[in-house]
Design a protein around this ligand. Structure first.
Ligand SMILES: C[S@@+](CC[C@H](N)C(=O)[O-])C[C@H]1O[C@@H](n2cnc3c(N)ncnc32)[C@H](O)[C@@H]1O
Length: 241
């Protein structure tokens, strides 16, 4: 059991007790990645994250400035380096280390909430319907279905009627080389899904979503899925009439 942001946060089966409350596998060498500088170095300089994020910013996040952005599982807030200066940014993360680093680096660019995504909305319902873009990079593949659904539902609540949710996650392909499948399976996230499983999950919350499979986004043979969901509250309401 662990307390975050004043709320009791209890999850994980006995088998997963060696993991952090975020459902992250931090055993062995992976523990090194809980140190913010090592994580950022690994992402940027080993995996080629800078180039990847620059490409994602241009092709999927597509921010022009002036938007309200909520970043779920924001880590150390690195995404801010790739977004326009004049956005209203709020990051949410359950890791004290990452949020401390984010506040040190980016206190002038955004605000950061320490706690789970669930904690965040329970404490801040004023956020309902305010986000132009909800970002969710690398969070959902840490969460089992029920918690991932909760995050998708909360995202839907905080998006404006014309808002977007954009996620980048690890995925398995229907057919993939053994080495690539093995590398994806070593991810710290314990809930990497196949493309079809991602679609099934999304379909439980959103009527309108698109997915793209990316191979070669980073320097190792890894497979990602980009997910974009649009807020279909208006069309939901119309179809229920
Ligand atoms: C793979 S990291 C991605 C970090 C960042 N989005 C990036 O792209 O560098 C996943 C992040 O999700 C956070 N996380 C995991 N479970 C969470 C939860 N239930 N609520 C909020 N953050 C969570 C972890 O602490 C970690 O920072």
């Amino acid at each position: 059991m662990k307390t975050t942001a004043g709320n009791t946060y209890q999850r994980m089966s006995d088998q997963k007790e060696t993991m952090t409350p975020s459902g992250q596998d931090d055993r062995g060498l992976k523990k090194l990645l809980t140190h913010t500088r090592l994580y950022d170095f690994f992402q940027n300089h080993v995996l080629g994250g800078k180039k990847a994020r620059t490409w994602l910013a241009k092709n999927f996040w597509r921010l022009r400035g002036g938007e309200t952005v909520i970043d779920l599982g924001c880590g150390s807030g690195t995404v801010l380096e790739y977004l326009p200066e004049d956005i209203d940014y709020l990051g949410v993360d359950i890791s004290e280390n990452y949020v401390r680093a984010a506040r040190q680096r980016f206190s002038e660019r955004g605000r950061f909430f320490l706690g789970s995504v669930g904690d965040f909305l329970n404490q801040d319902d004023q956020r309902k319907g305010t986000a132009d873009v909800v970002l969710c990079n690398g969070l959902l593949h840490h969460l089992p279905d029920d918690e991932a659904i909760e995050v998708l539902e909360l995202s839907k609540r905080i998006m404006k009627p014309d808002g977007r949710l954009v996620c980048l996650e690890a995925t398995y392909l229907a057919h993939q080389t053994r080495i690539s499948k093995w590398i994806v399976s070593t991810d710290r996230g314990r809930c990497v899904r196949s493309e079809q499983e991602w679609k099934d999950l999304l379909g439980r919350v959103f009527n309108c979503y698109s997915t793209w499979i990316l191979t070669g986004l980073i320097r190792i043979p890894y497979t990602h899925i980009v997910i974009e969901c649009v807020n279909d509250q208006l069309s939901d309401a119309q179809s229920k009439r």
